[in-house]
Design a protein around this ligand. Structure first.
Ligand code: IMP
Ligand code: MG
Length: 189
């Protein structure tokens, strides 16, 4: 049965599959002749990564990072801490950050700065979702799956309090009826 907290579906399962395949083709063309290192931001981007990566036709490797941002359940403060770092150096590598969603952009801004300091050959971003209305900092996001309105969404890896990641589509969370949350927290994105 569909959870009562779920609202409108923003991206259906077949739209996800279609768009992720197109992104894979575009990235494969752009990186032809090069070897790509995908940096997947845990945990939300894992579902997107695994579908995207299977569509890539260039040689590629993957590494994972986990960051925690301090803030409320639905709002980041921009204060970010690395909880799990990459296993390998990225100097001289062609790096593509794979993110689930860019909201204020503060988490990604922090990540870009941290990784740029390690001197990769190139550093680009592929985000499944973006909420342009919410952006607090302008960032170069080379690949975007879908632009969505200013709503909190869950599914296809995205969570609310660790729930709903397993949904095969992206849906709004009906925040009015969402379970009550305690104040401050530190959350793995
Ligand atoms: P930002 O720093 O405000 O851009 O957001 C950082 C993180 O907040 C994202 O990587 C997500 O983990 C989480 N986030 C932002 N918006 C949503 C949403 O609508 N649903 C689920 N997670 C979100
Ligand atoms: Mg999250």
């Amino acid at each position: 049965m569909r959870d009562a907290h779920l609202g409108q579906i923003f991206v259906q399962q077949d739209e996800l599959a279609h768009r992720v395949r197109a992104l894979g083709e575009q990235i494969s063309a752009d990186y032809a002749g090069r070897e790509l290192l995908l940096v997947c931001v845990l945990k939300g981007a894992v579902f997107f990564l695994s579908d995207l990566m299977r569509g890539l036709e260039v040689p590629c490797q993957v590494d994972f990072m986990a960051v925690a941002s301090y803030g409320s359940q639905t709002e980041t403060s921009g204060v970010v801490r690395i909880m799990k770092d990459l296993e390998e150096p990225i100097a001289g590598r062609e790096v593509l950050i794979v993110e689930d969603i860019v909201d204020s952009g503060l988490t990604l801004q922090y990540l870009l700065r941290a990784l740029r300091a390690r001197e990769p050959a190139t550093l680009e971003v592929c985000a499944l979702l973006t909420k342009p209305e919410r952006r607090k900092v302008e960032l170069p996001i080379r690949y975007v799956g879908f632009e969505i309105p200013n709503r909190f969404v869950v599914g296809y890896g995205l969570d609310h309090a660790e729930r709903f990641r397993n949904l095969p589509y992206v849906a709004a969370l009906d925040e009015g009826r969402a379970p009550a949350e305690a104040g401050s927290r530190q959350s793995p994105t």
